[in-house]
Unconditional design. Structure first.
Length: 798
């Protein structure tokens, strides 16, 4: 049967019974993809789900980077997955368990079969034949591929030094051992070293900012404590769609227990629609102006928790400032106009944020008077050019209202880590060098001039990197092109074969990043290998992801092909320590059991898949608030630093202010009136994709189309109607996509769901709504992070 015919059959099957029906009790026979290549894949067209005896149910776990890491039960018949179900833990049969909530798969988790059995999966190793990026490849054997990667890697190491080799940010697979991203770093560490990286695209600004407030990177309580909150404010956070470590479960429980939930977001999100009591539509990047307006109300009406501030904080007023700072620089001085002559009244804040002054006053009074109150910073405020400031702003609200160290309050971004296990061991990178992950394009173009000022770690002041990046391993990621900013500029850089000399990608699909690679290797989904999968740092469970089916086509797991590469490079023993991937899963479990004797065994996990930890509530900084003298904060002052002397000393007050104030940005809200781009453009993480993953899934397209949002006022001005194709553009690029005209978004703001695959037409205009054609390479000042929600653009009918 030809592949075309197979595709036809599969799409007809899809039409007959839509995916949404498929997720019900009766599963359809899967006749999807790849029959020509591997018999082992293709079920007979007649394969129905079968009798109870013939169907095996195998628990496993989704390892994509959505933070959920949910229990997925694969129903397998004759080696084929025919249906997926999920957690039905009886301890949570009434959906009210605080400790053991069902870790249920969302619509994407339920739709994984289309991700696995898809005709577009890459089936054999490929080598580029045309110019880089032209999209011409020929099939090669694994043996050839491994030999070529080994010889190029060695050549480049010898010519430019080991720190010219880079494993790019890649989150397509996040299990402990299956994560190719972790494995390639381990392998390169065995082979002389590489250029490492730190930070991430998710919460880099939070991570950079939080230590300046609290002295440590984590300021988190456990999710169950939210049930004690009376008021929860979600600031740039959309967990109904992003799940986010099952935050959504606890918000629902908190609401049931009587908490009010408010949403501050330019969009009336699914979270707002489903859970919120009120929506505060704010112009992107202006949250600190809202907070300033609220602080003005608090200081004017004496609503702030002065006793808390005086005891635990510095920087809130002139009486509590660090040494060596001139008068008039405290937060209160800024609010009352002493610092810059502008009083930050609610009316001032209204002009900046777009929120009515009476709503700002209402929010200030409620936030100050309702205790306990949890102000939670999402990653939506993080991914801005002033993300570090916005992140500190949320913690400032918590301090002003005395909601730190109390149950039901909240101190900073994220949530407390509960899952504890012995991790897959890493091997130290011999070069000791690392860059902020967002600056890899800078390190390709001009790494030799990057030093500590550009965020490089492992160098002395005055030193620079020994080489530009010359080789890239892109292992289960799409940030080489699609998920990084300014796609057109990145493509110019990556297309130049004299800059990066060799690029290896592994993926399931021919993504935009794969297209710009020299060797592409077909790898496996989590169904095709075993792994140990913790959720994001604050999850409360782990899952043993079991191998459910054999690797499809000619694919290999990352562990398997890297073991072969390690052998070729002469470092196999060091790389594997004599263990298979499954041996490592057992190793982690056994080592963990040495520390936690009641942790389940490998055999037990084979049956249940999941382990949920019993735990006591964690309250961030409880010890400090109970007894500051014996438990000072780990800041220079020993207190919560609302004014940071360390930031002040950086002497860059426009970009890195010492207090979380509102700053003007080149592409911020105020700049809309200044140039040719009058609309703010943000992205969001939509339910139909995990980043760019599932963009090819027609089942997910049934869930939600790839559609941008625009307010009717902006649409009318441009004669744009619901469903029209709209061209969105700025100096960096242009895209076309259909529009939803809706008052669920603030006028002056457009939103595009991030992750569409860059698909240029003959004029280079993207046709899939790939937002990163419009975003910038410029990194944030403090953390060198990705400001991918801070953009100005124009729109017109296409
Ligand atoms: N404009 C804008 N850009 C953004 C963001 C934004 O909000 N706006 N968000 C940023 C954030 S927070 C993040 S974390 C990054 C994420 O960026 P990436 O880490 O690049 O994530 P994905 O786009 O999901 O890419 C994962 C790749 O892995 C592949 N894959 C999926 N499953 C498997 C598997 O089992 N095995 C293998 N080998 N491959 C697999 C997928 O096909 C996909 O190509 O994007 C960032 N980019
Ligand atoms: N379905 C799905 N789930 C995911 C992912 C996915 O791709 N798909 N990705 C996962 C990953 S890696 C991450 S990092 C998380 C991210 O999850 P979230 O933290 O929820 O991040 P975003 O979706 O980027 O943004 C959240 C909200 O912030 C709003 N926002 C943007 N700018 C501003 C602003 O200036 N002020 C305010 N107040 N709000 C603003 C956006 O409209 C959006 O609704 O989601 C994870 N979960
Ligand atoms: Mo992320």
């Amino acid at each position: 049967m030809s592949e075309n015919l197979l595709e036809k059959i599969s799409s007809q099957t899809m039409k007959r019974r839509t995916f949404l029906k498929w997720t019900g009790a009766v599963a359809a026979p899967a006749v999807l993809g790849g029959a020509t290549v591997a018999n082992k894949l293709v079920p007979s067209p007649a394969a129905a789900e079968g009798t109870a005896e013939s169907v095996k149910v195998v628990p496993t776990c989704g390892t994509l980077n959505c933070g959920g890491k949910c229990l997925i039960k694969a129903h397998v018949k004759d080696g084929t997955i025919t249906r997926l179900s999920t957690d039905d833990d009886p301890r949570d049969k009434n959906a009210d368990s605080l400790k053991f909530p069902q870790i249920r798969a969302c619509v994407r988790g339920r739709g994984y079969r289309r991700h696995v059995y898809h005709p577009d999966r890459i089936k054999t190793p490929l080598r580029r034949t045309g110019k880089r990026g032209e999209g011409k490849f020929k099939e090669i054997s694994w043996e050839e591929a491994i030999k070529e990667i080994a010889s190029e890697s060695t050549r480049i190491k010898e010519k430019y030094g080991p720190a010219s080799r880079y494993g790019i940010y890649a989150t397509g697979q996040t299990g402990q051992i299956g994560s190719g991203d972790t494995l390639i770093q381990r392998l390169l560490a065995c082979d002389g070293g590489f250029l490492g990286r730190y930070s991430n695209y998710s919460s880099g600004q939070h991570g950079a900012a939080t230590p300046y407030t609290f002295g440590v990177g984590s300021a988190s309580s456990s999710l169950d404590t939210l049930v004690d909150s009376k008021l929860i404010v979600l600031n740039g956070f959309n967990p109904a769609e992003t799940i986010f470590g099952h935050f959504n479960v606890y918000l629902r429980l908190a609401k049931k227990a009587g908490a009010k939930i408010y949403i501050i977001d330019p969009r009336n999100t699914d979270t707002a629609v489903g859970l919120a009591d009120d929506w505060f539509p704010i112009k992107p990047t202006t949250d600190n102006a809202l907070i300033a307006g609220m602080a003005h109300v608090m200081f004017s009406e004496n609503l702030q928790d002065q006793a808390f501030l005086d005891q635990y904080c510095i920087g809130h007023d002139e009486e509590h400032m660090p040494e060596g700072v001139p008068a008039g620089e405290s937060y209160k001085s800024y609010i009352m106009g002493v610092t810059d002559g502008v009083e930050k009244t609610p009316e001032w804040a209204a002009k900046v944020t777009g929120l009515p002054a009476h709503k700002i006053k209402q929010l200030a009074r409620e936030v100050a008077s309702t205790k306990p109150m949890a102000w939670i910073q999402g990653n939506g405020i993080n991914r801005h050019m002033n993300g570090e400031q916005l992140s500190r702003g949320g913690s400032l609200v918590a301090a002003l209202t005395g909601n730190i160290g109390v149950k039901g309050g909240w101190a900073g971004p994220g949530a407390a880590g509960i899952a504890k296990y012995v991790a897959f061991p890493s091997i130290e990178n011999p070069t000791g060098l690392s860059i902020p992950c967002f600056r890899f394009t800078d390190a390709i173009a001009d790494g030799e001039n990057m030093g500590t000022a550009e965020g490089v770690k492992g160098l002395e002041e005055g030193q620079t990197l020994p080489s530009n990046i010359k080789m890239i391993f892109n292992i289960a990621g799409n940030a080489l092109i699609n998920q990084h900013s300014d796609i057109n500029k990145t493509i110019e850089l990556i297309s130049d074969e004299s800059q990066v000399e060799f690029i290896v990608t592994t993926d399931l699909y021919m993504t935009p990043s794969a297209k710009y690679s020299d060797i592409i290797l077909p790898t496996c989904t989590f169904f095709e290998q075993s792994d140990f999968v913790p959720p994001w740092s604050y999850g409360q469970h782990i899952i043993m992801s079991q191998k459910v089916i054999e690797p499809l086509f000619d694919s290999k797991t990352e562990y398997e092909w890297m073991t072969e590469l390690a052998r070729e490079l002469g470092v196999e023993q060091q790389f594997t320590e004599g263990r298979t991937q499954d041996d490592w899963v057992k190793w982690i479990i056994n080592e963990t059991r040495k520390e936690q004797p009641d942790f389940p065994t490998y055999e037990q996990l084979k049956k249940t898949g999941i382990h949920k930890y019993d735990f006591e509530p964690v309250i961030a900084f409880e010890a400090q608030i109970k007894d500051l003298k014996n438990n000072p904060f780990e800041t220079s002052s020993g207190k919560i630093e609302l004014f940071s002397k360390d930031l002040w000393d950086m002497d860059n007050p426009e970009e890195i202010p010492a207090i979380p104030k509102h700053v003007l940005l080149e592409e911020g809200a105020e700049a809309t009136t200044k140039g040719k781009y009058p609309l703010q453009l943000i992205g969001w993480h939509s339910k139909r994709r995990t980043h760019s993953s599932y963009d090819t899934s027609d089942w997910m397209e049934e869930v939600e189309g790839n559609i941008m949002w625009m307010n009717p006022i902006d649409a009318d001005e441009r004669d744009i109607k619901e469903g029209d194709l709209v061209k969105v553009f700025n100096d960096r690029g242009a895209l076309k996509m259909p529009v939803k005209v809706t008052s669920r978004i603030l006028p002056g703001v457009m939103a595009i769901p991030q992750g569409g695959w860059f698909t240029p037409d003959k004029d280079g205009i993207d046709t899939r709504g790939s937002i990163n054609v419009l975003t910038t390479h410029k990194a944030t000042a403090l953390g060198h992070c990705n400001p991918q929600h801070t953009n100005l653009a124009q729109a017109e009918k296409a």
